[in-house]
Design a protein around this ligand. Structure first.
Ligand code: AMP
Ligand code: ZN
Length: 114
């Protein structure tokens, strides 16, 4: 996906502020953080939205979650708490169409979200 911003990060064309990487997953600091800890965890494989996850990608979501919990521990927010969010399409405000899990923490967050 030549024009995909997050694919460019995976390929190294654009250098994100990386906090974690393995064979399947890349995680980096959000450019416009909404909390003291705001990290985006993405699959290296291009999947546009949560709607596009197929049987072949079911393990991916687990890998994203596992990476997020690891980053939460390393960031010191595992005990105080954090939120993981996947926005899907227009009503949820998805703006980058490469699947990403937001890891947010380091402050109290209200529920329900806006
Ligand atoms: P969403 O609105 O769920 O699609 O989230 C997209 C996120 O990507 C937003 O929180 C943006 O701040 C973030 N973002 C956009 N461009 C960059 C970038 N170049 N580096 C890091 N984060 C970015
Ligand atoms: Zn992509």
């Amino acid at each position: 996906m030549a024009e995909c911003l997050f694919c460019k990060m995976v390929s190294g064309q654009i250098k994100p502020d990386t906090v974690y990487e393995d064979d399947d997953v890349l995680a980096f600091k959000d450019l416009n953080p909404q909390a003291p800890v705001h990290v985006l965890v993405i699959p290296k494989k291009h999947v546009a939205t949560l709607n596009d996850l197929g049987e072949a990608e079911t393990a991916l979501l687990g890998k994203l979650s596992l990476a997020a919990t690891r980053i939460a521990r390393e960031s010191g927010i595992a005990a105080s708490g954090y939120r993981t969010v996947v926005n899907c399409n227009a009503d949820a405000g998805q703006s980058v169409f490469h699947l990403h899990l937001h890891l947010l923490g380091g402050r109290f967050m209200r529920w329900p979200p806006g």
